[in-house]
Design a binder for this molecule. Structure first.
Ligand code: FES
Ligand SMILES: [Fe+2]
Length: 436
């Protein structure tokens, strides 16, 4: 039995009931209807490069193991022994030909098969059908340019259709140079007492907060050479809601490429981008190449990328708690020193102690607190910015708005309500791909 949430999410007028950020029952519904059915980012191919490499992650609250089996095939398994439910692997990452449960010793191969059962003869009298008790596997797994996604739902649309036109913008992160991208430096993890949607919502297109929230960090030099210029200073720099609940900031749809700033926060990063701009143009095309300046996005529900450069996951951990996982992601072809500068740039800005990160977190904790308190919960969240000022362009896909707008947030919550209320994927609208 699911609660209908459409009455709580009015994206036509831009109001959202605060209850959706704190209600325990809605949270359970969210785990099933959203995290149990959507495509979720689970890793990058470079994190599990060799046969029998594995990495622990989560899909919603479910611990999973991303594994490349002995034959090189990728799997997403529930990290749960089929006997009593102990985790079959406690390590964060590594390489192993099999996983032995530490409780009674059931052992699973990297393709998920149950291959070892202590006492199989003497205690089970060879009557246990081992072929039925392999690891639980995600319904589907797929990749887009080495980014790995999985869904529990076998009936979910194809990964490519799910990503839709967001792929156009994702290319600015993973298809800049020959060889694509790679993850480096391990994962930053942190727990915060805020609802996961506040993070996803912020990164799907909240330019509005930058000047206020991050004003002192910018003055202190966290962003290096990049400076915030004010609200919608350039009408040709736009946010895009490309469909399916995803939100991107930003694209450049003007004629003058000099108006499209590069995303380098450090002088060395800016030089590197400039030097390799001809390659970017060659790969993505002249028009598209100039659109990839400062790029930050959320792919519904909880996968974010940013030109810091990073990829991250807003893992739900309860209605008022989340765990945030962040990785550096860089061009494979970049020189070692540039990779290091980018990794340091991410750590200084969006690492757990990063200048930007600390600013953001406290705001989301306070917003979650307001969603919890009885009286504050009577008053809706305000999300009307840019309503009625959306537009289309043949130069970039999606519903476009000024770079400071709440169009993307409305699209995000609209899809959230649709997933919460709709029993089957057959009734969920999938936006057609237009330019990707
Ligand atoms: S719980 Fe894993 S072998 Fe018993
Ligand atoms: Fe921020």
């Amino acid at each position: 039995m699911t609660t209908k949430v459409r009455s709580l999410v009015d994206t036509t007028h831009g109001y959202v009931n605060r209850k959706i950020f704190a209600d325990p029952e809605l949270y359970q519904q969210e785990l099933e209807q959203v995290f149990g059915r959507c495509w979720l980012f689970i890793g990058h191919e470079t994190m599990v490069q060799n046969p029998n490499d594995f990495m622990a992650n989560y899909m919603g609250e479910d611990p999973i193991l991303l594994v490349r089996d002995g034959k090189g095939k990728l799997h997403a398994f529930l990290n749960m022994c089929r006997h009593r439910g102990n985790r079959i692997c406690r390590a964060d990452y590594g390489n192993a030909p099999s996983f032995m449960c530490t409780y009674h010793g059931w052992t699973f191969a990297t393709d998920g098969k149950l291959v070892g059962v202590p006492g199989y003869k003497e205690a089970y009298f060879e009557e246990l059908d081992r072929s039925q008790w392999g690891l639980v596997e995600a319904g589907q797994i797929g990749t887009y340019k080495e980014l790995i996604f999985a869904t529990w739902d076998k009936s979910a649309p194809s990964l490519r259709d799910y990503i839709g036109d967001a792929a156009y913008y994702l290319d600015f992160l993973v298809d800049r140079r020959e060889g694509g991208a790679m993850a480096i430096g391990g994962v930053h993890r942190q727990v915060l007492n805020a609802n996961w949607k506040f993070g996803a919502d912020n990164f799907c297109g909240d330019t509005y907060h930058v000047a206020t929230t991050h004003g002192s960090a910018i003055s202190a030099g966290v962003t290096g050479t990049y400076r915030r210029m004010g609200f919608n200073p350039n009408p040709d720099r736009v946010s895009s809601a490309p469909g399916n609940g995803h939100g991107i900031l930003s694209a450049y749809v003007g004629a003058d490429p000099k108006s499209a700033p590069m995303s380098g926060w450090r002088p060395q990063m800016a030089d590197y981008y400039e030097q390799n701009y001809p390659e970017l143009e060659k790969r993505l095309g002249v028009q598209k190449a100039k659109q990839g300046g400062v790029n930050v996005a959320t792919m519904f529900p909880n996968f974010t990328w940013h030109s810091a450069p990073l990829v991250r996951l807003w893992h739900p951990r309860g209605p008022e708690k989340m765990e945030l996982w962040t990785w550096s992601i860089v061009d494979k072809a970049a020189p070692k020193e540039i990779k290091e500068i980018m990794h340091r740039n991410l750590t200084l800005s969006f690492g757990p102690a990063g200048g930007f990160e600390q600013d953001d977190m406290n705001n989301w904790i306070q917003c979650t607190g307001s969603a919890h308190s009885g009286n504050a919960q009577k008053y809706v969240i305000h999300q009307t910015m840019g309503l009625g000022h959306e537009r289309k362009s043949e130069l970039a896909p999606g519903v476009l708005s000024g770079s400071t707008s709440e169009t993307n947030q409305r699209a995000f919550y609209d899809r959230w309500a649709e997933m919460m209320d709709t029993p089957s994927w057959a009734n969920v609208k999938i936006s057609p791909r237009t330019m990707s």
